[in-house]
Write a protein of this length. Structure first.
Lengths: 90, 112
């Protein structure tokens, strides 16, 4: 399974997102520190989930980081995150 | 984490109003995400202390554990963790960052 697929599977299972966008940005960081020739080092992720309601921005991102802790420690160098509730995504 | 590392972080974030843990320095950021946050602070005219984690492996690992946040940059205001690059940019765009700094009594050139 690719890292993009793992991100999708884990976030879908944990957050039941109504919208989930995962963009592999790794090519934009070729040659940059943290780049890995195998790719899949930089992702841009937008998650829209009701689970975020009532949570601060920091709490929302901590939750995502916890869900993806294995992926972050193995390969992913940078994860740009937008975490929204369905109302905020309107 | 080494206790002295935690003590150093505590000293930094309590003795400076605004502290940015970053890769590189405010003048020469070594990472696009760190540069983005430094640019926001520079643009707002906020005085801050930049801590370059690339020259200190103990702080680089220690700040992640201290904040319970796996990535750099990390912005602290008056001893409180505000967020990383995404959060700082969102808060700047919405005006919440300006509001937070004003509430905390941190002056920026924009207000002066």
């Amino acid at each position: 399974m690719t890292y993009a697929e793992r991100i999708r599977t884990k976030l879908t299972g944990a957050l039941a997102p109504v919208r989930l966008s995962i963009v592999d940005d790794s090519h934009r960081h070729a040659g940059h520190a943290g780049h890995d020739a195998r790719g899949e080092t930089h992702f841009d992720v937008t998650v829209v989930s009701a689970v975020f309601a009532g949570k601060s921005r920091v709490a929302r991102q901590r939750l995502v980081y916890e869900i993806l802790s294995a992926e972050l420690s193995e390969r992913i160098h940078a994860l740009a995150l937008r975490t929204l509730t369905p109302e905020e995504d309107g | 984490m080494d206790e002295t590392v935690a003590e150093r972080i505590k000293t930094d974030i309590t003795s400076n109003d605004v502290v940015l843990y970053m890769k590189g320095t405010p003048a020469f950021p070594q990472c696009g995400f760190s540069a983005a946050v430094a640019n926001v602070l520079n643009h707002m005219g906020v005085e801050y202390k930049g801590v370059d984690v690339l020259v200190d492996a103990a702080i680089r690992q220690g700040i992640k554990e201290f904040t319970n946040w796996p990535t750099i940059p990390q912005l602290y205001v008056k001893g409180e963790f505000v967020g990383g690059c995404d959060i700082v940019r969102e808060m700047y765009t919405s005006g919440e960052l300006q509001q937070l700094l004003a509430e905390k009594g941190v002056t920026s050139a924009a207000q002066a």
